[in-house]
Design a protein around this ligand. Structure first.
Ligand SMILES: [Zn+2]
Ligand SMILES: [Zn+2]
Ligand SMILES: [Zn+2]
Length: 51
């Protein structure tokens, strides 16, 4: 089945999610989004999200 959304679950991020970074049934676009930006890094896609 397709996921509910193909957009990253990070609230400030509108990037396309990647299955490789899914976590707890939510899809994220990057490792940084998936871990809540605990490292302070953005997603790397230029959207400017930092959690
Ligand atoms: Zn993003
Ligand atoms: Zn993201
Ligand atoms: Zn993010």
């Amino acid at each position: 089945m397709a996921p509910m959304s193909e957009i990253c679950a990070c609230p400030d991020c509108g990037c396309k999610a990647d299955d490789a970074f899914s976590k707890e049934n939510k899809a994220y676009c990057s490792k940084s989004c998936a871990n809540g930006h605990v490292d302070g890094n953005g997603c790397g896609h230029g959207c400017g999200c930092h959690g």
